[in-house]
Design a binder for this molecule. Structure first.
Ligand SMILES: [Zn+2]
Ligand SMILES: [Zn+2]
Length: 361
C-alpha cells in the first residue's frame, strides 16, 4: 500500500514529521535558546566573570592571555545558552569588536529531531562589557586574611631549594582552589632571616597547605589562635597562625639514630629513609616510630670528604687518599665493593676520628 504523505501545513512541501517538512520543523524547534544583548560583567583585576551564583575564576594563564575576552565570552555563553536538543556543536565567530561591545555570530549545528538530518542555525549576539571587582580581589586588595603560615627550619635557615619548593606548593594549591574557595588567595608573602611567612585569605587553604608541608618534610607543626576583634554579631574573631618547623637535617645530611651515625637518603610523607653507616643498610622511620625519638643531628652533608682509592688488592686493607689533605686512611677490605677499583672516587665521613664509608648513589 502506498502511503501518501500529506503536504507540510506551513509551506506545502511534502511533510515528514508532525505535519511539517524538515525545514519548517527545524524552524519550529530551534536547537538553542539565547538572548541578545548579553551583559558580561568581569573583574578588572583578575578577569573573573560574574555568573549566576558567583564569580567564575580563570586560571592565571587564561587571565594573562590575549584571548582573555574569548574565554570570558565562553564562560558567559556557557551559562546563557540553553540547549534544547541533546547534541549540539557551537562555533563562535567574532563579527565586530568595539571598545565595550562585541558582536558575535553563533553557528550551531545539530538535529532538531533524531529522524531529521543535522542543520545549522545562526544567531547574532551582542555582548556588552562591564567591569567591576570580584569578591576575591576585593578582599585581597583590602588586605583581608584569615591565617598566617610560617615556615622555619630548626637551628638553620631554609635552603634555597626548600624555599622554591614551598613557594611552588603554596602557589599550586592556591590556584587549585580557585573557583572552589572564594578566599583562595595569598594576601602577602614575606621572607626574613627566620624563614617565609604567608598571609592567606582562607584558613581552610592554610590548613591544607600546612598538612602537605608537614608530611612532606616530616616537620613539626604548631598552631595558635589570636583574638583579633569581634564580628558584626559581637562574636569573638580569631586568626590562626600555623608554624611549620623543618628539621635541622635535610637530604644528604648526617644524623644519629639509636646512636649509630646515618646518612639521610630521602624524605617523604612515608618517612625518612636513612643509611646506617655502621650496619651498612637502609631503613625508614617516621615521626611516630620509637626510633624517631633517638634522632639527632650529627653533621652537614658538606662535611663528607672525597677520597681516591689508592690501593685495592685482594687480602689487604684498602688505602684511601683524602682528595684535599692527601692523608692516607686504611679501611677494612670488606667495606668496599669488589667493583670499586684502584683510582675510583669514594666518599666518607669522619666522626670522632672514625672513618665511615658513605653509600654510593
Ligand atoms: Zn514546510
Ligand atoms: Zn578579581
Amino acid at each position: 500500500m502506498v502511503q501518501l504523505k500529506p503536504p507540510c501545513y506551513q509551506c506545502g512541501k511534502p511533510a515528514v514529521l508532525d505535519g511539517l517538512c524538515a525545514d519548517c520543523y527545524d524552524k519550529e524547534h530551534p536547537l538553542i535558546e539565547v538572548k541578545s544583548p548579553l551583559t558580561l560583567l568581569s573583574c578588572k583585576r583578575c578577569g573573573s566573570v560574574k555568573i549566576p551564583g558567583g564569580w567564575r575564576k580563570l586560571s592565571p594563564e587564561e587571565s594573562e592571555s590575549n584571548d582573555l575576552w574569548l574565554r570570558q565570552v565562553d564562560l558567559l555563553l556557557d551559562t546563557e545558552i540553553k540547549p534544547l536538543v541533546p547534541e549540539i556543536d557551537i562555533e563562535i565567530e567574532e563579527e565586530n569588536r568595539l571598545d565595550r561591545v562585541l558582536y558575535i555570530i553563533l553557528r550551531v549545528l545539530g538535529k532538531s529531531h533524531d529522524t531529521l538530518p543535522p542543520h545549522e542555525e545562526q544567531y547574532n549576539i551582542e555582548v556588552r562589557f562591564s567591569y567591576g571587582t570580584c569578591d576575591t580581589c576585593g578582599m585581597q586588595s583590602g588586605g583581608y586574611y584569615e591565617a598566617t603560615l610560617q615556615i622555619r627550619a630548626d637551628g638553620r635557615q631554609l635552603t634555597e631549594e626548600e624555599e622554591d619548593d614551598i613557594v611552588r606548593i603554596v602557589t599550586e594549591m592556591t590556584v587549585a582552589e580557585y573557583g572552589v574557595d572564594q578566599k583562595a588567595f595569598v594576601t602577602k608573602v614575606s621572607t626574613d632571616k627566620y624563614g617565609i611567612n604567608f598571609q592567606l585569605g582562607s584558613e581552610h587553604l592554610c590548613r591544607s597547605i600546612a598538612d602537605v608541608l608537614e608530611s612532606r618534610y616530616l616537620a613539626q607543626r604548631k598552631q595558635n589562635y589570636k583574638l583579633v576583634g569581634q564580628d558584626k554579631g559581637g562574636k569573638d574573631k580569631f586568626r590562626i597562625t600555623i608554624l611549620i618547623r623543618l628539621n635541622r637535617f635535610g637530604i644528604g645530611d648526617f644524623v644519629n639514630v639509636l646512636e649509630n651515625p646515618c646518612q639521610v637518603m630521602a624524605m617523604s610523607k612515608s618517612g625518612l629513609t636513612c643509611y646506617d653507616l655502621v650496619q651498612r643498610q637502609r631503613f625508614t622511620i617516621n615521626p611516630k616510630s620509637s626510633k624517631w625519638r633517638t634522632l639527632e643531628y650529627l653533621a652537614s652533608k658538606d662535611d663528607r670528604r672525597e677520597f681516591m682509592v689508592t690501593t685495592h688488592v685482594y687480602g689487604q686493607p684498602v688505602q684511601l687518599m683524602d682528595s684535599v689533605t692527601f692523608e692516607i686512611t686504611e679501611i677494612d677490605e670488606s667495606l668496599l665493593d669488589d667493583t670499586i677499583e684502584t683510582g675510583a672516587t669514594v666518599y666518607g665521613l669522619i666522626i670522632n676520628e672514625k672513618f665511615y664509608l658513605l653509600p654510593t648513589q
